[in-house]
Ligand binder design. Structure first.
Ligand code: SME
Length: 151
């Protein structure tokens, strides 16, 4: 499914105030994971700035052991500190990487800003080599902006 076709579906899920934020985020993860063939795992982590840790709040795909990640550790932890998108074409080429599954070949992490503060991130793992483009970045930035509005 195209990014443009997914946008109204994301908006509809997030607007459903009958469901908790966690449930809505889980449904967004499931939508992206089932609609985009190379999105094998999709999750939202949120930051605890006092403890300098990221906490997995919602996800779709295989359960992961990495539900808490210290700032600075792995791709996710680096994004918590850099405030910048991190697109990894080949996870094997990364020294500071936390492996979640032996099948993962690539990863993209996009920070989520609320009122200018980096409060979390969306993280996608792919079993496809080098699958992410600037279009994924723009789409995921848009998703995070929509999520920020319901937080
Ligand atoms: N690979 C990530 C850890 C989270 S899992 O992808 C779910 C990282 O290096 O930060």
């Amino acid at each position: 499914m195209s990014f443009e076709a997914l946008k109204p579906k994301v908006t509809t899920i997030l607007a459903n105030e009958k469901e908790s934020v966690k449930q809505r985020l889980t449904e967004v993860c499931e939508l992206l994971q089932t609609s985009l063939g190379y999105y094998d795992w999709v999750g939202f982590y949120f930051a605890n700035h006092d403890q300098k840790t990221l906490h997995l709040e919602a996800f779709a795909g295989e359960p992961t052991d990495h539900v808490v990640i210290p700032f600075g550790k792995g791709i996710c932890g680096q994004v918590a500190e850099s405030n910048e998108n991190f697109v990894v074409a080949d996870v094997k080429a990364q020294n500071n990487y936390i492996a979640c599954s032996m099948y993962v070949k690539a990863e993209i992490v996009i920070p989520l800003f609320k009122d200018g503060k980096n409060i979390g991130q969306i993280d996608i793992d792919s079993h496809t080599e080098d699958p992410f483009s600037s279009e994924d970045e723009r789409f995921l930035e848009w998703v995070n902006q929509q999520v920020a509005q319901i937080l």
